[in-house]
Design a protein around this ligand. Structure first.
Ligand SMILES: *[C@@H]1O[C@H](CO)[C@@H](O)[C@H](O)[C@H]1NC(C)=O
Ligand SMILES: *[C@@H]1O[C@H](CO)[C@@H](O)[C@H](O)[C@H]1NC(C)=O
Ligand SMILES: *[C@@H]1O[C@H](CO)[C@@H](O)[C@H](O)[C@H]1NC(C)=O
Ligand SMILES: *[C@@H]1O[C@H](CO)[C@@H](O)[C@H](O)[C@H]1NC(C)=O
Length: 378
């Protein structure tokens, strides 16, 4: 009873600011929000903007801070938790950025094709933004990449800009393991799986290289067919109340998330650089993909699609389900559990960050405008 009273007055307070929703509607939503016990009102959310709407100066601010992270000493906090056997050991001679990348490598099997996919990446990129600010003086807000703008001709998109301060850089040199040498990060060194520069290789039929893997049922498609505006709209406006369906479509092996990783290839697809075979017994996969700043822009877009979906219908807002165990041993088991097998996850499940960032709970990242989070996509 007390909770309800508090909730109602909270709703009335909020409605005087927000105005739009009816008190009745706000009350029932706020009751759910209050049950998460998240402190703080988010009245002036930060705006996450598309890369191309940033000024040159804002782009240079982001890339300069990113580069700073690749030169910064490790902070000693990395503490791997999943410890899969298919990644190299921690390299003591590496950077703060490399530790942030290692965190993603360590948790690969826990945060892809499980219910943690969306909450974990939301928290990861948010904490990355916080770290850029704290460690490297970043003043802006994390940008995102609206890949639908580039579906028609990804290869020649202006987003691949070679400006030495404000450019993300272009495609790599085929004579040099597809390493890039332009843009703000053209000379940055990334230490996983072995020291190298960023690699990118435009590949329209990127699923052809999957060597007959049964997960790619239609390997010869042009990957850009999966990330058009129509496909994006299908996810963010469809799957009403169906978190599982929405995530499965978005994260599918041949879906848009996979396709945009794959069209850029190189680091963003987790391919092994030259020399790594002998050195560490490199196995490719979604591991050192955060080497490329495109990872954070791409996952901004993934997060935006989830956020747009959440805001589309009231029953989407707090919808969450999924298993904690990745099931990609074969297509039979994967088709049964595309978002993970039991034990199932719930609002109180931990979103682990291997010491680099504070762990959180699923409920803490269910809304972009609650608790620690206060941002919107524009
Ligand atoms: C440490 O890493 C840097 C960058 O990869 C490299 O230039 C340097 O040679 C390495 N030092 C040692 C002692 O391995
Ligand atoms: C995919 O890219 C190719 C090459 O740029 C282009 O010809 C084709 O029209 C694109 N497909 C879609 C669906 O935009
Ligand atoms: C990787 O190493 C194995 C074992 O040494 C070797 O048989 C294989 O040819 C190597 N592959 C490449 C691409 O170098
Ligand atoms: C698929 O993998 C699961 C889990 O490892 C296993 O139990 C099952 O027997 C496999 N099925 C086939 C058809 O290989």
């Amino acid at each position: 009873m007390l909770l309800r009273t508090v909730t109602v007055s909270f709703a009335v307070l909020l409605s005087t600011f927000v105005g739009a929703a009816s008190i009745e509607e706000r009350t029932s939503l706020d009751l759910e929000e209050r049950s998460f016990n998240l402190p703080g009102l988010c009245l002036k959310p930060e705006k996450r903007r598309e890369w191309r709407s940033l000024s040159k100066r804002e782009r240079a601010d982001f890339l300069g801070a990113f580069k700073c992270m690749t030169k910064k000493q490790r902070n000693g906090k990395l503490s791997p938790v999943a410890r899969p056997t298919d990644i190299p050991p921690v390299n003591p001679n590496s950077s703060f950025m490399d530790d942030i990348v290692y965190l993603h490598m360590d948790l690969n099997h826990w945060v892809h094709f499980t219910g943690l996919f969306l909450p974990w990446h939301r928290h990861y990129i948010h904490e990355f933004q916080r770290t850029l600010r704290k460690e490297c003086g970043f003043k802006g807000t994390l940008p995102y990449w609206n890949w639908a703008l580039d579906a028609a001709d990804t290869e020649h998109s202006p987003i691949f800009d070679s400006d030495p301060h404000s450019g993300l850089g272009g495609w790599g040199n085929p004579e040099d393991d597809y390493q890039i040498n332009d843009g703000a990060l053209g000379d940055a060194i990334f230490n996983y799986p072995v020291p190298h520069r960023l690699r990118r290789r435009y590949t329209l039929q990127a699923f052809l290289t999957k060597n007959g893997s049964p997960f790619y049922t239609n390997p010869s498609i042009n990957v850009n067919e999966t990330y058009t505006q129509a496909e994006v709209d299908k996810v963010r406006y469809g799957f009403r109340g169906d978190f599982h369906g929405m995530q499965s479509y978005l994260e599918a092996f041949q879906g848009m998330h996979s396709a945009v990783h794959n069209v850029i290839q190189g680091d963003l697809t987790g391919l092994c650089p030259k020399g790594s075979n002998v050195t560490v017994g490199c196995t490719p996969g979604p591991k050192w993909t955060p080497n490329d700043p495109f990872f954070f822009l791409l996952h901004g877009m993934v997060d935006k699609i989830w956020s747009d979906w959440q805001n589309k219908h009231p029953e989407n807002k707090y919808a969450f389900e999924g298993g904690s165990v990745q099931m990609i041993q074969n297509t039979t088991i994967f088709n049964q559990y595309p978002t993970g097998a039991p034990p199932n996850l719930h609002y109180n499940s931990v979103v682990p960050m291997a010491g680099m960032f504070p762990d959180t709970r699923v409920k803490d990242v269910m809304s972009t405008k609650k608790g620690k989070l206060c941002y919107v996509y524009v």
